[in-house]
Design a protein around this ligand. Structure first.
Ligand code: TXA
Ligand code: MG
Length: 336
């Protein structure tokens, strides 16, 4: 199949919406990562998402809306506290798990009576949803298991020839996926850290529970609240290790390695003698979030035996970056 290359302008947005209305799948920019969108009420279209990505069938999708009216179409009940979060964090990198209406089929959330909903902030995404006239199901627009796409060229590398179109826009501002919180229990529980930080959440939900899957590996066969958390994820092909320690300790370790690469902070770079990929400033977690997936993609081009990644702090959006790197490295952590 030929994948149409669309600009993120008026014409491109119109064509993208038309394709979506006709049952196609289109990669669209959002502020977190690029998403692979389809009409959430069109089972055949949603099936194409799973096929293009090679996504496990039991992993449910996030439904993207452009206004509060659409929320009522997919969610059966919205608790007061969820509404307050929507007011504060929408439009933005925030996803709520809520009881679903009958309109949301099994293809969106198989074997669950819940649905994940997000209203993105990116104006191109919002306009595409609005013109499509329906909520759009959209997982990240990558091959399942590989690092999430934060530029249209990452989407192209994974999905060219497998989807109807790609909307080419800027690099994603946030760089890690949305924060996922379930409101189907009391108190609400954080299932996936993301663009909205735990500190921000606690201002509205002081007693929010942090799911243990955020910082640990689930046991084989264990029931997980967010099925996506159980898969090996975001992983480069190069064998990866997450390294906790200060700059000098990190530099000491990597400089003793041969045929290896370091994914490191700006402040580490001048002291390192092996090839490096810098993913931001260690004191600025937002900069690390912005570039982490790009670094994980680029490392495979360097042909190294192993990669050592300097772990970020778990402060603010750092928790989301740490969570992705834990999975990228298959939970192999070296503490110095
Ligand atoms: O920022 C984002 O959220 C991006 C952009 C494209 O919006 N999307 C994204 O989708 O990251 P995806 O499919 O890669 O991740 C969705 C996560 C998965 O971990 C999935 O298991 C969880 O949300 N999820 C979806 N529906 C759920 C539900 N009903 N109950 C529990 N977890 C759910
Ligand atoms: Mg994903």
């Amino acid at each position: 199949m030929e994948t149409l290359k669309l600009k993120a302008d008026k014409k491109g947005i119109e064509i993208a919406a038309e394709i979506l209305k006709n049952g196609g799948v289109v990669a669209i920019p959002t502020e977190t990562v690029y998403g692979l969108a389809a009409n959430c009420f069109d089972e055949a279209a949603v099936k194409k998402i799973f096929e293009a990505k090679g996504r496990p069938q039991d992993n449910p999708l996030i439904v993207h809306i452009s206004d509060m009216e659409m929320l009522g179409v997919v969610a059966r009940k919205v608790p007061e506290i969820a509404l307050r979060c929507a007011e504060k964090f929408w439009r933005g990198p925030f996803t709520m798990i809520l009881p679903k209406t009958d309109k949301v089929g099994d293809c969106i959330s198989p074997n669950l009576d819940t649905v994940a909903v997000r209203m993105p902030q990116n104006p191109v995404a919002l306009e595409i949803i609005r013109q499509s006239g329906v909520p759009l199901a959209a997982p990240s627009a990558n091959t399942s298991g590989s690092p999430s796409p934060t530029s249209p060229y990452h989407v192209e590398a994974d999905l060219d020839g497998k989807i109807d179109a790609i909307v080419y826009s800027d690099e994603c501002a946030v760089g890690v996926e949305s924060t996922v919180v379930t409101f189907c229990e009391n108190p609400p529980r954080l299932l996936r850290p993301g663009g909205i930080t735990p500190e921000q959440l606690k201002e509205i939900i002081p007693d929010i529970v942090i799911d243990k899957a955020v910082l640990s590996e689930s046991e084989k066969g264990e029931l997980v609240a967010s099925p996506g958390m159980k898969y090996k994820h975001y992983a480069p092909k190069t064998e990866s290790f997450l390294v906790e320690g200060d700059s000098d300790a990190f530099v000491g370790l990597v400089n003793s390695k041969e045929n290896c690469v370091a994914i490191c902070f700006k402040e580490d770079t001048p002291k390192i003698t092996i090839p490096t990929l810098c993913y931001g400033d260690g004191e600025d977690e937002s900069s690390l979030a912005h570039s982490v997936f790009k670094a994980l993609r680029e490392v495979d081009e360097m042909g190294a035996k192993e990669v050592y990644i300097h772990a970020p702090s778990k402060r603010g959006i750092g928790l989301a970056v740490y969570n992705r790197l834990l999975r990228a490295s298959g939970f192999k952590v070296i503490t110095l």
